[in-house]
Each structure stands twice: as structure tokens, then as C-alpha cells.
Design a protein around this ligand. Structure first.
Ligand SMILES: Nc1ncnc2c1ncn2[C@@H]1O[C@H](COP(=O)(O)OP(=O)(O)OP(=O)(O)O)[C@@H](O)[C@H]1O
Ligand SMILES: [Mg+2]
Length: 256
């Protein structure tokens, strides 16, 4: 479903380049949930934004469901992007719009008719358990509810792929788990392929079949989460943190 071929991203100038993502090959199968683990600055968000070409790659090709997005004209790219939904740590809702208006807005931009917008927005809010909050503004919702609206906004577009960038990082453990359960349910019921950026190994262990570990813009580990056998220092560190830290816990980078 997601095929990255030699994809890289370099920011900055030729004299002072920032290699946010080194050339990377990654093939992610349909209907699976993948984790993207790494420390701050490792390139996780960059990789995620390359998948739907919110970020133009410096090299390589991005192929989604057999379609090469890299060479598309802007109008075709906008169309192709509709198969990819995205959710964020800070929810990114429009504060001046109600829950249902937030959900409908994405459909409006995509040119969906007004009657269809209403029906699909209602359906999406019902799918995340927020039918009673249609008229609420973001400021009147809890963090978990805001994230549910953001998920509904993505769902309304009926995406094949859902990208999640630290979607539960700002939430307490109880609320985080309820959101993760919702994502798992959506994956099972709709077969949506998901890529979940996190630095919390609990999130990856609960939700993901496989995880990729990024360090300084390079993939250093690919881990089967059902039988995890990390080979990199960083991969091992992530699993150690799940058991709790001690004075003996080795830091993968001494300057971290
Ligand atoms: N628009 C940009 N311009 C210049 N450099 C950038 C830009 N976006 C990201 N970078 C750099 O690319 C590298 C990777 O950033 P990225 O945001 O992908 O990391 P991340 O793993 O998502 O980190 P975090 O966990 O803090 O969100 C960092 O060194 C960052 O400073
Ligand atoms: Mg990030």
C-alpha cells in the first residue's frame, strides 16, 4: 500500500545541509499498522509527511496503492492525497467551527456536495462516539474528544491510509488508551493501513504489528512487535524503557 523507494529529505543549504531523512526504502503492506519510533529530531514527522507528499522528497519515489505520487500535477496530487488521512498531537481543529463543521470542512475543500457533507460528517462523528457533540466548539471539548473529532475529520474522507503523528502524546494514559482502542477498531473494521509515529513503546506494542526505528534520519531497526528482537541500541533502549528505568539503564546516546 505504501512503497517508498530511495526517499530522502534534506533541508537547509548545500553548504549546511540537514539530512532529516537519508535515502530510505520502505514497503508497508495493506491493512497493517506500523510504528515509527525514534527520539526527537530523528526524522519521524518528516518521513510521515513524505508519505502523502506534504513534504516534497529530495530524492526517490513515493508510491501509494500502485500510484506514483512523485510526478503528479498539483490537481492530481490533491486527488491522490484524499486517500490519506492524518491526525496530530495538537489536533489542529479550527477553533471557530463546531465539531461537525470541522469534519465537514475537509469535505467542502474536496468538493463534496452539501447534502453529502452533512451525511458523511454525521456518520464520521457517530463512528468516533461523538454524535452528541456535533454543535460543540473545540474549546468546549476535552483533549480526547478533540482528537476524536480530528479522527472523524480524517474518516469522513474515507481514506485507505491513516497517518498519526504523536496523536496520543498530549493525553493522559486513560484517554490515550481509549483513542488507541478506537484506532485499532478502525483498522480491524475498515482495514485501514496505519502509520503511527510515537516515542512511546507502549503505543507501538499495543497497536502495531511492526515498527521501524529511526535514528538521525536513518532506519536502524525493523521490529516484529509480536516477537520483538531489537538489534540496534536504540531499539533495545525503547524496550527497556517499558520495564522502567534504573541507574544502570544505558543511554543509546550519551548526550541525549
Ligand atoms: N522545515 C524544516 N526546515 C529545516 N529543518 C527541518 C524542517 N523540518 C524538520 N527539520 C529538521 O529535520 C530533522 C528531523 O525533524 P522531524 O521533525 O522529522 O523529527 P521528529 O523525529 O518528528 O522529532 P519530534 O519527535 O521532536 O517531533 C530535525 O533535525 C529538524 O530540525
Ligand atoms: Mg515530529
Amino acid at each position: 500500500m505504501i512503497d517508498l523507494q530511495g526517499v530522502s529529505k534534506t533541508y537547509g543549504s548545500a553548504s549546511d545541509p540537514v539530512h532529516a531523512l537519508r535515502p530510505t526504502d520502505l514497503a508497508l503492506a495493506s491493512g497493517q499498522v506500523y510504528g515509527l519510533l525514534g527520539f526527537s529530531g530523528a526524522g519521524k514527522s518528516t518521513l510521515l509527511r513524505l508519505i502523502n507528499l506534504l513534504e516534497a522528497p529530495s530524492s526517490g519515489r513515493v508510491i501509494l496503492d500502485g500510484q506514483d505520487l512523485t510526478g503528479l500535477a498539483p490537481a492530481d496530487l490533491r486527488q491522490a492525497r484524499q486517500q490519506v488521512g492524518m491526525i496530530f498531537q495538537q489536533f489542529n481543529l479550527l477553533s471557530s467551527r463546531t465539531a461537525i463543521e470541522n469534519v465537514a470542512f475537509a469535505l467542502e475543500v474536496a468538493g463534496v456536495s452539501s447534502a453529502q457533507r452533512r451525511e458523511r460528517s454525521r456518520e464520521a462523528l457517530a463512528a468516533v462516539g461523538l454524535s452528541d457533540k456535533e454543535a460543540a466548539f473545540p474549546a468546549q471539548l476535552s483533549g480526547g474528544q478533540k482528537q476524536r473529532v480530528a479522527i472523524a475529520r480524517a474518516l469522513a474522507m474515507r481514506p485507505k491510509i491513516l497517518l498519526s503523528d504523536e496523536a496520543t502524546s498530549a493525553l493522559d494514559p486513560h484517554t490515550a488508551l481509549s483513542i488507541l482502542r478506537l484506532l485499532k477498531q478502525l483498522n480491524r473494521e475498515r482495514g485501514m493501513t496505519m502509520v503511527v509515529v510515537t516515542h512511546d513503546i507502549k503505543v507501538a506494542s499495543y497497536l502495531c504489528e511492526q515498527s521501524v526505528v529511526l535514528e538521525r534520519g536513518a532506519v536502524v531497526d525493523r521490529i516484529d512487535m509480536r516477537h520483538p528482537q531489537p538489534v540496534s541500541r536504540l531499539g533495545k533502549f525503547f524496550f527497556e524503557t517499558a520495564r522502567g528505568w534504573t541507574d544502570q539503564t544505558e543511554l543509546p546516546q550519551e548526550d541525549a
